[in-house]
Design a protein around this ligand. Structure first.
Ligand SMILES: [Zn+2]
Length: 718
């Protein structure tokens, strides 16, 4: 596997930094294909690896793919028509999030609003910029509709908003409105970097990411100029006061932002800054550092996912970006080890991460002494520690995991990363927002019982606003607005298909040749996919189609213009079709899937003896709305027939959204109700009534009032 190949490589190579000019691609040892991207058209991808020496593929330009209906297309429409305008009404409301008001005050453009002081959490600026990113992306592919949706809520134009941001920014590039507002009012104690929990670098990181999207979507430099000033500010800080930057570089969205800015501007200082951002982490004093912010030990010595899961996943995603540029094996080895740790020990069946409300950092050398153990907020737990009822799973952590997985895919071309990314997108990110786009999960439990009244600090229902931490809603909005970017990628002579979804592609291959393809499918509800070729270069090119790892052996078939391809596709790989494609050609892929039962490793104590249901890429759940009157969710048992027998599907509608429900047989235990003081009791020999159970996709739960829900259910085998 890749880890072994890399280890062998590491032993054979002397210098600490991999030099792509002198050596074959590091990734090529694992993927058997060295690709050096030429500079070309097609450098307007969301994550632009078109000139990244160690990348296997590059994304399509931001406006190169359009939805053509389907589940993800419907979600995009909801984002454009509901999420983006609704979130604006929250972001501009000084009583709710204060985000826009803070920018206005920092720019001296909004005197008199509110009480004239900055309010809201310190990461508000970054969260506003995430919302702006969603809007810019939506306008790039659906300008008329997005502008109309904006007008309906009296939203200023993007240019107008950027002008305020530019005015709010300090001349030296620093941008963090809570500090700037106070400094402009001569508050003597308003110092930058006074507290690492002020998230200044996080805010500036989102400025860089949003600016790259803006420039790639519009060609304008207004926000890019602000981003460069911010990056220059961080660059100076990294040189002059590296300890100060290290201490305050938490939740490092700026790790991704700086690399992306380098990719856009080709300014070598920004890539060097990205390298420094990794190295300076070891400058954090031990009394300040800890697993919470992944700075207890140097990243290069890390082998396990630890700490605050959002901060961890943003860091890992940023390191993956850096590896795609540098191929630095001393970063790659820990990254691969951490990636395997999450995949095999610390991820939920829904692709979510960050299991614990309150974890600890028990394993550092000095921390083995109890007094030195530090608490960790929303922590990656120990291996297999995955509670359901009290799962934290902040939506942002899952989005960070998705960004990390996607970058691993761009670098390696390994299908398993696309599988995990898809799992995370459908089951970890889509649930973050209600089907109408107007309420949001901050934490994401996999089970909810009304009798469980233990205070958990966060609501286990979606909320219309999250005043103290509005990070997740705009993060979901930008991810849904940008999801079409994840369907296809290209490499020289090759078109890759990662997601199956009704869509249309219009792009140019990195080595030339326009490709226009329509993808016709009802996926994820069925596995029949047709790729209709409208235009292709008049030479042989390769089509790589992901065959998901969950498709059973022999369950996929592929044909071109009705003629089956000789070699049947293998699950967990990309099926390869190399030929001269002509307009009118039709590639037909059939991914056979039916509802199946899934079980967890028995070391996951919280799911012991239970099963979940998956249909294609979607994880399902049982919601109390679908139980007969008087039946408690905690009394329901699934009658698990051998080999998934007894499961069937049925069309259903939830909150005006078309879904496919899964039907299963089960029974309801007839037993007395519990009261709060019963912790244990003798089992009474009571009966059980047969019941027909209706499961719905997990992403659609919580849209029919305050319900009970569970992904995992006790199973009785017969
Ligand atoms: Zn969040």
């Amino acid at each position: 596997m890749i880890g072994l190949a890399v280890t062998a490589f590491a032993i054979s190579l002397g210098p600490s930094r991999f030099n792509p000019r002198r050596h074959a691609s590091l990734w090529s040892l694992a993927v058997a294909a060295t690709v050096t991207m030429p500079a070309s058209a097609g450098d307007r991808g969301l994550v632009d690896t078109s000139r990244s020496p160690q990348a296997t593929m590059q994304m399509i330009d931001l406006d190169g793919v359009r939805w053509a209906g389907g589940l993800l297309g419907e979600r995009f429409d909801t984002c454009r028509d509901s999420m983006i305008p609704y979130l604006w009404t929250v972001l501009r409301d000084p009583k709710e999030s204060h985000a826009w008001d803070n920018f206005l005050m920092a720019a001296n453009a909004g005197e008199g609003r509110g009480d004239g002081r900055p309010h809201g959490p310190p990461f508000n600026d970054g969260d506003f910029l995430k919302w702006l990113e969603a809007r810019i992306q939506a306008e790039a592919v659906a300008p008329t509709e997005t502008v109309a949706a904006a007008a309906a809520v009296d939203m200023p134009g993007v240019d107008e908003i950027i002008a305020v941001i530019a005015k709010a920014q300090r001349n030296d590039g620093y941008l963090h409105t809570p500090t700037i507002v106070r400094q402009r009012r001569s508050a003597e104690d308003a110092k930058e970097f006074a507290d690492r929990e002020h998230f200044e670098t996080y805010n500036m990181g989102h400025l860089m990411t949003t600016a790259c999207v803006h420039h790639r979507a519009t060609g304008k430099t207004s926000l890019l100029d602000c981003a460069r000033k911010a990056a220059d500010y961080l660059d100076r800080l990294a040189r002059e006061r590296p300890e100060e930057l290290a201490r305050n570089a938490i939740c490092p969205s700026h790790s991704m932002g700086v690399v992306e800015l380098y990719r856009l501007t080709r300014e070598p200082r920004y890539l060097e800054l990205a390298r420094r951002l990794v190295d300076i982490r070891s400058l954090v004093p031990s009394e300040v550092g800890g697993d919470q912010n992944q700075d207890r030990i140097p990243f290069r010595e890390s082998r396990e996912a630890v700490g605050h899961a959002v901060r961890a996943n943003y860091l890992y995603a940023g390191v993956a970006d850096l590896v795609a540029e540098d191929g630095d094996r001393t970063l790659l080895e820990p990254l691969l080890a951490i990636d395997r740790n999450v995949e095999t020990r610390k991820r939920y069946v829904t692709g979510m991460t960050g299991a614990l409300y309150d974890g600890a950092s028990p394993d550092g050398v000095p921390a083995k002494l109890h007094p030195a153990i530090k608490t960790v907020h929303q922590a990656y737990g120990r291996d297999y520690q995955l509670p359901n009822l009290t799962a934290y799973n902040e939506t942002c952590a899952t989005i960070g995991y998705g960004m990390w997985l996607w970058r691993m895919l761009l670098a390696t071309g390994e299908a398993r990363y696309a599988d995990l990314f898809e799992e995370t997108l459908y089951n970890g990110i889509l649930p973050g927002v209600s089907l109408d786009g107007r309420s949001y999960f901050y934490v994401n439990p996999l089970r909810k019982l009304q009798d469980f009244k233990v205070p958990l600090r966060w609501s286990r229902s979606r909320m219309a606003t999250i005043p103290s931490s509005f990070c997740c809603p705009p993060n979901v909005a930008r991810t849904v607005a940008e999801a079409h970017n994840y369907v296809f990628t290209v490499s020289p002579g090759t078109l890759w298909v990662h997601l199956y979804a009704a869509s249309a592609l219009d792009t140019t291959l990195p080595d030339g040749g326009r490709v226009r393809v329509r993808q016709e499918t009802d996926y994820p509800w069925s596995g029949a996919v047709t790729l209709a070729v409208d235009e292709a270069p008049a030479r042989e090119i390769t089509l790589k189609l992901r065959i998901p790892g969950w498709v059973r052996r022999g369950g996929a078939s592929l044909s071109v213009n009705g003629k089956p391809v000789a070699e049947s596709p293998t699950s967990g790989t990309y099926a390869v079709l190399t030929r001269v494609f002509r307009p009118g050609d039709q590639v037909e892929l059939s991914l056979g899937f039916a509802p199946v039962l899934v079980e967890a490793n028995p070391l996951v104590e919280e799911t012991f003896g239970q099963v979940a249901i998956r249909h294609g890429p979607l994880v399902y759940c049982l919601e109390s709305n679908d139980l007969p009157d008087g039946v408690r969710l905690s009394d329901v048992v699934l009658a698990a027939a051998a080999e998934h027998g007894g499961l069937s599907t049925k069309a259903a509608t939830i909150a005006n959204t078309r879904v496919l429900a899964v039907m299963a047989s089960g029974f309801v235990r007839q037993r007395p109700a519990w009261n709060d003081d019963n912790l244990y009791r003798e089992v009474e020999a009571a009966g059980a009534k047969p019941a027909q159970l209706t499961f719905i996709p997990y992403f659609a739960w919580g849209n029919r009032g305050d319900s009970e829900m569970t992904v995992w259910l006790p199973a009785a085998w017969r």
